[in-house]
Design a protein around this ligand. Structure first.
Ligand code: HEC
Ligand code: HEC
Length: 214
């Protein structure tokens, strides 16, 4: 009888030890997965923000920003001076009668005259401006907010922006910008088109995060 009791007690203790260990291990496991999940999310956000800075370095470079102005004219050159001949945007960004963009800008670069060209050459609407009215580029945070605001960008979501960066002829032009009237070759954006697309993809995969600030 006594021996039986002892055996029962032992079995009970054993079960208790196993149970307590199991609880301890499983809660520690839970805490660990929780932590690694937050860690993974933080890393993805950090990667997304770093990728955005690369994207933004292209958007605010002269080949792009010269068409994304806040004023009523396009700009030219790396110093982003006002377009010659008093060219103005007109109501739809395509110039005004007598001075339409496409009367000079063809489907491709005309290197003999120095007029750059690309499909459907015209100015981006003011809602897509990446500089202020004094021609100063907006902060990376402000450009990010403008680009991700679908009421300002004709409804483009993350995948839409990625496709635009991959395929849009006026975007591709920036990496094949031709010669200026004085014969010199126009400078390129700070990173290659492949790097730009890759950075956009990472930023989109991270959920198009924007840096804080104005
Ligand atoms: C010749 C002028 C021109 C050049 C150069 C140009 N763009 Fe644009 N961009 C436009 C126009 C016009 C639109 C508006 C298209 C539309 O009607 O939806 C636009 C729209 C966009 C949009 C979508 C709207 C937004 O602001 O979210 C993005 C993104 C964009 N451009 C990126 C670029 C990048 C990147 C470059 C340089 C690599 C570039 N563009 C160079 C004219 C230009
Ligand atoms: C009278 C002809 C003419 C008209 C009209 C014209 N352009 Fe140009 N554009 C030129 C020439 C020439 C250049 C090259 C100037 C240079 O590189 O020094 C040029 C350069 C540019 C550039 C500079 C590219 C760069 O990054 O340096 C942009 C952007 C541009 N034009 C946009 C426009 C837009 C938008 C319109 C219509 C609203 C327009 N142009 C109307 C002749 C014209």
């Amino acid at each position: 009888m006594l021996a039986n009791h002892r055996l029962l007690l032992r079995v009970f203790l054993c079960i208790l030890v196993v149970f307590v260990t199991w609880i301890a291990l499983s809660t520690r496991g839970a805490v660990e997965t929780g932590e690694s999940k937050t860690y993974a999310a933080d890393a993805k956000l950090a990667d997304g923000l770093a990728s955005w800075e690369q994207v933004s370095s292209v958007l605010t470079s002269p080949r792009c920003i010269n068409c994304h102005t806040a004023t009523n004219y396009p700009q030219q050159g790396d110093d982003r001076h006002r377009h010659f001949a008093n060219v103005i945007r007109g109501s739809d960004g395509k110039g005004v009668p007598g001075l339409h963009c496409v009367s000079c800008h063809q489907e491709s670069n005309a290197d003999s005259t120095g007029v750059p060209g690309g499909h459907h050459w015209h100015l981006a609407p003011r809602s897509m401006r990446w500089q202020d009215v004094n021609d100063q580029p907006l902060s990376s945070a402000a450009v990010c907010r403008a680009v991700t605001d679908s009421s300002k960008n004709h409804g483009l979501d993350g995948p839409g922006l990625l496709k635009h960066h991959e395929e849009e002829p006026l975007v591709l032009w920036a990496w094949n910008p031709g010669r200026r009237p004085d014969g010199t070759v126009r400078t390129l954006p700070p990173i290659t088109h492949a790097e730009f697309v890759d950075a956009t993809r990472r930023w989109v995969e991270a959920g198009t995060p924007c840096p804080p600030g104005r």
